[in-house]
Design a protein around this ligand. Structure first.
Ligand SMILES: NC(=O)c1ccc[n+]([C@@H]2O[C@H](COP(=O)([O-])OP(=O)(O)OC[C@H]3O[C@@H](n4cnc5c(N)ncnc54)[C@H](O)[C@@H]3O)[C@@H](O)[C@H]2O)c1
Length: 353
């Protein structure tokens, strides 16, 4: 099969490439490596592309912008599966660059959908949306305060009935709402087999962490380097649900085996993989043996006080899927990825076997 992965050098994109390459498929990875420009060189994903090129002869990288219709056309033609992960991925960054954010996230996605409709209308199209489509609505849920975390007072997690509008989103949340709805629309109106994954916090060793994106590896790296972290609001008790990108790719696989066109799914680590920032300090300290250093700052726009995905809808449609990688292993893997030179070699060999 021909699998096209946009953002193929990024965190989710690179694990998607590895997964399909290991299954023996022809993988076309599209990435213009602009992550290093959106943030800075420390956030560049080009090293991931070099690693994948070296290890897999069936992954071909194309340095192309997802907004470039003419260059994408021949690549999309005949694709069986499209995994669309390319994005401006940071909500605080989007406040500085709303036009670029819209152009990549909203227009770029529409461009891909239109190309898919014209040149690969039977392809299964997986879109990586975000929980930020719900804007600040999750902050209106009744919350209780516990010793090390906030939590929902009345629900286990956020399901897909959470409203999308009448709230502040940041430009990133808005551009992703547009893309999310376009993906649904192309299923309803044109019959494309789109699946929309509204993601919580995705992590994994292929993440190129910067302060504004991928907090888990950023925290681990800061601890190793003895750096002081900024914690934005909520006394460090804000809660996130963390999913390893490898578990996410296995969820994509389930959807691809039996696509339900136009469905949107909340997808993250769920309650078992939920953690507050303060609680993450404890895990990281126990792995590295070094104290976390942090200072409290004002809360940022668009941050959730507590976000835990309710995974019931996805699990009811795809009962074979479940979380395999839990928090202790996630943070240990991140630590090893920074400290063990042979880590990536081993990971590329053993992953998805
Ligand atoms: N990582 C998370 O916690 C998280 C949470 C919610 C949603 N998501 C979504 O999941 C997707 C993947 O996230 P990620 O963490 O892997 O992101 P990432 O930043 O690691 O990877 C994105 C890749 O897309 C590339 N890219 C950006 N603009 C491009 C363009 N115009 N043309 C071609 N390539 C371009 C970047 O160079 C980068 O390699 C994104 O759509 C993101 O919004 C991620």
């Amino acid at each position: 099969m021909k699998v096209l992965v946009t953002g193929g050098a990024g965190l989710v994109g690179s694990y998607s490439c590895i997964f399909f390459a290991k299954q023996g498929h022809e993988v076309i990875a599209v990435d213009n490596f602009m992550r290093g420009k959106i943030f800075d060189e420390s956030g560049s994903t080009s090293g991931n592309a070099d690693m994948l090129r070296k290890h897999f002869s069936n992954i071909k990288f194309h340095e192309i912008d997802i907004r470039d219709t003419e260059k994408l056309k021949p690549l999309i033609k005949g694709s069986d599966i499209i995994i669309h992960t390319a994005a401006q991925p940071s909500h605080p960054k989007s406040i500085e660059i709303p036009l670029e954010d819209f152009s990549i996230n909203a227009y770029g996605t529409l461009n891909l959908l239109e190309l898919t409709k014209k040149h690969a209308d039977n392809a299964i199209f997986v879109f990586t949306s975000t929980n930020k489509v719900y804007g600040e609505n999750p902050n209106r849920l009744r919350i209780t305060e516990k010793e090390t975390r906030y939590d929902y007072a009345e629900i286990n997690g956020v399901d897909e009935s959470m409203p999308l509008d009448n709230t502040m989103h940041t430009p990133f949340g808005v551009s992703k709402v547009a893309a999310d709805l376009y993906c649904q629309e192309y299923a309803h109106l044109y019959g494309l087999k789109t699946g929309i994954f509204r993601l919580g916090c995705i992590t994994g060793p292929m993440a190129k962490a910067v302060e504004l994106h991928n907090w888990e590896p950023y925290f681990v790296k800061a601890n190793i380097e003895g750096k002081t972290l900024n914690i934005y609001g909520f006394k460090g008790k804000q809660v996130r649900d963390v999913i390893d990108a490898r578990d996410l790719v296995l969820a994509f696989e389930e959807f691809i085996k039996k696509p339900r066109a136009g469905e949107a799914y909340n997808m993250g680590g769920g309650r078992k993989n939920s953690i507050s920032l303060l609680e993450s300090f404890k895990i990281i300290e126990s792995i590295t043996g070094k104290p976390m250093k942090h200072m409290m700052k004002e809360a940022r726009e668009g941050d959730h006080q507590v976000y835990i995905s309710d995974l019931s809808k996805f699990k009811s449609h795809y009962p074979k899927w479940g979380i395999r990688i839990y928090l202790e292993e996630i943070f240990t893997d991140l630590y090893n990825s920074f400290t063990d030179k042979s880590f990536f070699e081993g990971m590329l060999k053993s992953e998805f076997e």
